[in-house]
Design a protein. Sequence first.
Length: 276
Amino acid sequence: MRHLFGLLKRLDYILVFMTLLAISIVLMIQNTHYQQSTVLNWTTAIVGSWTSQINSIEEYFNLKSENEKLAAENAMLRARMKESFLSYSSATYFSNDSVYEQRYTYTEAKVIKNSWTKRNNYLMINKGSRQGIAPDMAVISPQGVVGVVLSCTKNFSTVMPVIHASSQNSVCISRTKTNGTLVWNGTDYRYANVVDIPTTYKLYDNDTVVTSGMANDFPAGIPVGYVESFDSEKNNGFYDITIRLSTDFNKLGHVYVITDRFKEEQKELTEEIEDQ
């Protein structure tokens, strides 16, 4: 302690000088607009550079996880190549062979804003009308269903995920091909409900739920989730099913926007039938 006081005594003039210098700088900044702007720009540059370095480090450590997701997505797409094509019978159009015309194309996008704790959640992606994105297009992740494009600007789009109180999507039990509707009760982002599945079909825990292809949004067979629990106590002829969603909305990074090249053709035909 005696040495500490001795050191402070030897440096007392320097400490007084530094204190007065600091007070002078503060008074100058507070009373002069130019100095305020200069100091603000300087600190902003330092903070921005530091933040950029931190983000770069975080992205570096997340590369492995993102690469694994992209690899899984590529494997899924390769496994489903025929499901992305519309098949025409060789007996009708060709005499020797069948031909497949591509129906679905995929545009990669990055999630730049996301919510998962609200009743009505939304997410934003970094692709818009300039990149061919349009409202009502389906959005999936490497793990499965995400939602549907709600609105677009030139370079950005908002997406209504399946964890939104107004979201409804046609799904089916993969094992039995029984169709139902996916809804969300607004509580836990990890789970959703499937309704309209008749109790005449046997259900099992961990039964896989996929998109049915009955709606115009998603191709058939996209993973949705797995049966967590079910009961039929309401005696209305339908199950009350809770599923564990395959997509983790808390960790969304990259997604794929699906373009259905025959959607407008199918829509026109549907409207023609409804008008009759």
